[in-house]
Design a protein around this ligand. Sequence first.
Ligand code: FES
Ligand SMILES: [Fe+2]
Length: 415
Amino acid sequence: MDANSRIAYASNMPANPSHAPLDPAALAKSLAPFGESRMLPPEAYTSPEVFAWETANFFAGWHCIGRGADIAAAGMQRADKVGDTTVLLVRGEDLVLRAFANVCRHRGHEILPCGGSTTARAITCPYHSWSYRLDGDLFSAAGYQGEPNFDVSEFPLTALPVQEWHGWIFLDPSGNAGPLEMHLAGLADRVAQYQPERLVVMATHEYVIEANWKIINENYQECYHCTSIHPELCQVSPPESGENWTPTLGSWVGGWQDLREHATTMSLDGHSDGVPIPNLSPTELRRIDYIGVFPNLLISLHPDYVMTHRAIPLSPGRTWVECSWAFPPEAIASPNFDPAYAVDFWDITNREDWNACESVQRGQESGFAKAGPLSPAEDSIYQFVTMVARGYLGQPLSLLTANAQTQTKTEKVDH
Ligand code: FES
Ligand SMILES: [Fe+2]
C-alpha cells in the first residue's frame, strides 16, 4: 500500500481554524489597506500563547524541513522534531521519500530518537522489534505468528503528507493543509529555471537569533533598511532598485533587486568565483530574486547560486536559522572552486540583519512597543503581515484564496 493513499486531505490552512489569542481589532488594523495599515501587535512577537498557537497551526501545515539530497539513498531514515512532535522521514527502495509519525503502532515507542538517523532495509522499532517495510507497512511482529486475531495489515505506520519540490522537502504534519500545489501556487514559474534540485550545497551556516521568526521574515522582505545597515550590499546592489510581485494564490511573497553595473553577483566586490546557472534569461542574470515561502523558507535566487534560509522557531523570542549556499555542478567541477565569495558576503550581511532583528525583538518586549506603520517601500512586508493576520483569524493565507472563498459564499447566498 502506498503511503500517500492512506492520507486524507481534509481542508485548507490553517490546520486548526480557531483564532489566535490576539485582539481582533489589532488584526483588523494590520489588514487595513496598504498605506493605512499597522504592523502586527507586539504580542504577536512576544506572547507564549500566540507562539503555541502558531506551532499548532502555521507549523502544523506545509513547511520546509530540509533538502532531499540529505536523505537521498534507499533505506535512509531520519527523525526530525517538527513543532511539538517528531516525524520519521524514510527514503524507500523506489527512492520515494515518505514521512510517518515517529510512533510505533505497537505501544508507541519512538522508531528513532529525535535527531537520530540510520540506514536499513526495514524500519525497526527498538522496543519489541516490530518491523515495517520502507513504505510503512508492518511485516513482522515477534511472537504473533499464527495468531488468528492479528492482522499485520491493520498496523501500518501513520503516513503524513510529504513532498519534494525542486529539491526541498515540504511536510504537512497536520495532514489537513490541502495540496502543496496550492500552497506554492505560481512559485514554480519563478524558481524552476534555476533548477535548485540539481544544485549542490557547498556551505551551510547555522545561527540562533534572539528574535521571533516573523521579525526575520519581515526583515528579509524589505531593503528600506539597506542603506542604514548594509554598506557591503549597497556596493553591489542598489537598494532602491527592483519591485515586489503582486500577491498570488500561493502562500509566498517576494520581489527582486538589480545588480550594479560592475557586479555579476552578490559578493563583496561583485565578482563571481562560480559560473552562471545554465539557461537563465539576460534579465535573471542581472538581478536577485528574494522569495519568502510561508512560513519558514527564504529563497534567494542569484545568477550563479541559490541561497536559502530555513527557520525553526524555538520560542517567541528565539529562532534557529540554517543558511545554505548551493551551486551548479559545473562550478564545483573546477578543482579550485571556493564558495567563500558568496558565503563571506552573506555571512556579513546575515549578521547585520540578525543584529537588527534582535534589536526589534527587544523593542517589542520593552513594554513600550506599539504596532507601527509601513513605508511605501515595505509593500512586501504588508503582504506577509496580512498573510499572518488572515491565518490568525482562521482564514486562508492567500488574499486571492480568501477573496475567492468570500465570492463563492456570496454567490451561494445570491442563488
Ligand atoms: S512499541 Fe514498538 S515494538 Fe513495541
Ligand atoms: Fe538586510
